[in-house]
Write a protein that binds this ligand. Structure first.
Ligand SMILES: NC(=O)c1ccc[n+]([C@@H]2O[C@H](COP(=O)([O-])OP(=O)(O)OC[C@H]3O[C@@H](n4cnc5c(N)ncnc54)[C@H](OP(=O)(O)O)[C@@H]3O)[C@@H](O)[C@H]2O)c1
Length: 343
């Protein structure tokens, strides 16, 4: 029998998650919104035909009227904020997969709250797990796969250059096409959030190597465009922000042994920005590896893959042990028991 899913959050990625689930014939039994799209049919929202399920913001009513196996959550970033959103579902015995970055490795930032979420999930016999691309794939699963084929690892460096020309309008407009001083002030005052998944990926990697992190240092710099760039949700004039670069350095035994670089740009351009869309991971050790990935189609790559990680984790979260888990505790796709397949 197929799984029944409640979609929570119908913003840019939530709509894409609905589209993918409907295309995979996964049954979406309810969709919870906040202020926008209330009353709209989820099939139409996803750019497909009507399916007869309308977005609501009445969580209680959904819990009373609908039976579901798992919530697909796309409402935010932070552990505390998203826990408030998913708590009623945990307490109703429904598993939760979220793309909130802070759920990627919550034990570092908030050990007390993580324990509370774990206890609550255990008490209600559900799994709660965070997934996505980073954390959830590029900087954990992929290097960990290569680390598993090494005799020795000395250092890991990873660089992701993402094209934001098709990313959420809310998140793109907040960051790009801004005057440099406005961007700097916004970041310093906490009004313009930069990427927040570094600590989570760094800890997932360090744990996989049995390395103890002394500290993590995160730095950032903005990129100002020389050219005019037009994207789906944002227009960048010359002299305004077109991207930024963030670098997180993980110090182990006094040495910089994990370096993670993220460069989100609107239409990244090698000549002007010095970077092009794609990912490279360098593993120094015995043996050493350089792993390079190019996005195709470039503009859609990041959001499509993020949503695929979410949707492809739903089944394995249902099958997993209860509690607050790390994404690396789960298989990459649904659990396949070869013995049962070949029998
Ligand atoms: N792990 C990863 O690799 C990864 C990658 C990309 C993004 N993310 C995370 O994914 C999240 C979603 O991204 P997005 O681009 O879809 O953002 P978005 O377009 O801003 O959508 C967020 C949606 O959540 C809704 N919402 C807020 N509170 C809610 C609640 N209590 N119940 C139901 N809906 C609620 C908002 O509704 P209203 O508009 O009505 O307020 C909005 O539609 C981001 O916050 C980001 O942190 C993770």
């Amino acid at each position: 029998m197929g799984i029944k899913v409640i979609q929570q959050g119908v913003g840019y990625l939530g709509k894409k998650a609905i589209e993918l689930m409907l295309r995979k014939n996964i049954e979406v039994v309810a969709a919870i919104g906040h202020q926008s799209h209330i009353g709209e049919d989820i099939g139409k929202l996803a750019g497909l035909g009507e399916v007869g399920v309308k977005v609501t913001n009445d969580v209680q009513k959904v819990l009373e009227n609908v039976k579901a196996d798992v919530v697909s959550n796309c409402t935010g970033t932070t552990l505390l904020g998203v826990y408030e959103h998913i708590k009623p579902f945990i307490e109703a015995g429904i598993n939760v997969v979220t793309m909130a970055e802070e759920f990627g490795y919550p034990w570092y930032r908030a050990p007390k709250l993580s324990k509370e979420i774990h206890t609550n999930a255990k008490a209600n016999n559900v799994t709660v797990v965070g997934t996505g691309l980073n954390p959830g794939f590029s900087w954990d699963f992929i290097p960990i796969a290569y680390i598993s084929a090494c005799w020795r690892v000395d250092k890991i460096k990873a660089r992701r250059v993402t094209d934001w020309s098709k990313t959420s309008p809310r998140r793109a407009l907040l960051r790009f096409g801004k005057k440099p001083e406005e961007f700097r002030k916004g970041v310093v005052e906490g009004k313009i959030p930069l990427h927040t998944g570094f600590y989570e990926c760094m800890h997932l990697l360090a744990d996989s190597l049995n390395w103890k992190l002394d500290k993590i240092v995160v730095t950032w710099e903005m990129a100002v465009s020389k050219s005019f760039r037009e994207a789906e949700f944002v227009t960048v004039q010359p002299g305004t922000t077109v991207g930024f670069k963030q670098v997180a350095t993980g110090i182990v035994g006094g040495e910089a042994r994990i370096v993670l670089e993220l460069c989100p740009f609107v239409h990244p351009n090698l000549d002007e920005d010095g970077v092009e869309s794609g990912e490279t991971i360098w593993i120094e050790g015995e043996p050493s590896f350089t792993i390079t990935t190019k996005w195709a189609p470039v503009e859609d790559g990041t959001p499509l893959c993020t949503v695929a990680r979410l949707v492809n984790t739903l089944q394995s979260a249902i099958e997993a042990e209860s509690g607050l888990l790390a994404v690396t505790d789960l298989p990459l796709t649904k659990t396949v028991r070869i013995r049962e397949v070949v029998k």
